[in-house]
Design a binder for this molecule. Structure first.
Ligand code: SF4
Length: 65
């Protein structure tokens, strides 16, 4: 199981994670990226890993269970 979180202080709203995987990442009311609360569905894990590696500020953190 994999959960992801976006550190709101680090996100610079570049939109990369959302363009890579808009099933998991979305814009919140503060115009920052946010991740779904639930576990990342299996089929999106590769995309989420790509987003984690691509984020310019390392704002995406994850937790594996
Ligand atoms: S890639 Fe990183 S900085 Fe860009 S919107 Fe996503 S979390 Fe924010």
């Amino acid at each position: 199981m994999l959960k992801v979180f976006v550190d709101q202080d680090l996100c610079i709203s570049c939109g990369l994670c959302i363009s890579i995987c808009d099933e998991v990442f979305f814009w919140n009311d503060d115009d920052k990226a946010q991740a779904i609360d639930s576990d990342v569905p299996e089929e999106f894990i590769d995309d989420v890993n790509e987003a984690v590696e691509s984020c310019p500020t390392d704002a995406i953190q994850y937790e594996e269970e």
